[in-house]
Design a protein around this ligand. Sequence first.
Ligand code: ADP
Ligand code: MG
Length: 294
Amino acid sequence: ATPTALLTGTGRGAQLGILIRGPQVLEDTRTVDTIVLDKTGTVTTGTMAVHDVVAFGHRTAQELLRLAGAVEAASEHPIARAIADHAAGAGRLAEAVDFSSAPGGGVRGTVGSLTVTAGRAAWLHRNRISPSSEQETACSAAENAGTTAVWVAVDGAVEGFITLSDTVKETSAAAVGRLRTLGLRPILLTGDNRAVALQVAASVGIDAADVHAGITPEGKVDVVRALQASGATVAMAGDGVNDAAALAQADLGIAMGSGTDVAIEAADLTVMGNSLEQVAQAIELSRRTLGTIK
Ligand code: ADP
Ligand code: MG
């Protein structure tokens, strides 16, 4: 395409709320044949809601929620926001100190004289905490029912878990269909558990074989790299919460406008409307600009 056509395409993108880093991006978009979609905040709304607080009997569910909420208040993760808000709704949040966290893992802090650890199993293990097999069974049942479960441990002992759920964006299923029509193979990538990932995939029309669940932020980069090594040209859409490195690795990085500054910096394209429909629109726009479709 001529430089003028590319500039016109970039301008048209801006009108549609699609920010394109430079005219070259439209050229790069042409060869993309695979699109990796981050689940939380990209395919789903990313606004999570607490479903249930399961306490194993050391203290009440309300007390466990209060402790978890105090530590999660220091984290920006959608899971953290949901837990902290839910806890705040039941009473004033306690103060947490000595906060630490692992991206895509969980949080830890001290509330009064208690050390509270909340997050996925791998994060508990890193803090030398292990659920019993009965506790694991209870948690797996909740996950198989399609919720995201977060373990809560106090002073090194597992005391329960909190389940949360997220909602698939209304536009996601149609958008995945449109991406397929454009010849792209959609792949779902998430740090969340497999049962939730499979439910989301099924509801938007992504094949179970193309679901990568339980993936750490570094693992997400490896998934993109492996696809590239197998010959794919990869676009990836994400919100930057634990996926910014993968966005940077992709041949075409697409950030949700609601995403983090890191995502927008790492991305070639930013869609201001936060919808996957706009991602499809961006790819259609580049192909139209380059004359590959009318
Ligand atoms: P996704 O890939 O769906 O965007 P993330 O990589 O952000 O998910 O997180 C993966 C998993 O790590 C979450 O499903 C959760 O189990 C755990 N996790 C991440 N951050 C937190 C947090 N602040 N509190 C509790 N658990 C967390
Ligand atoms: Mg995410």
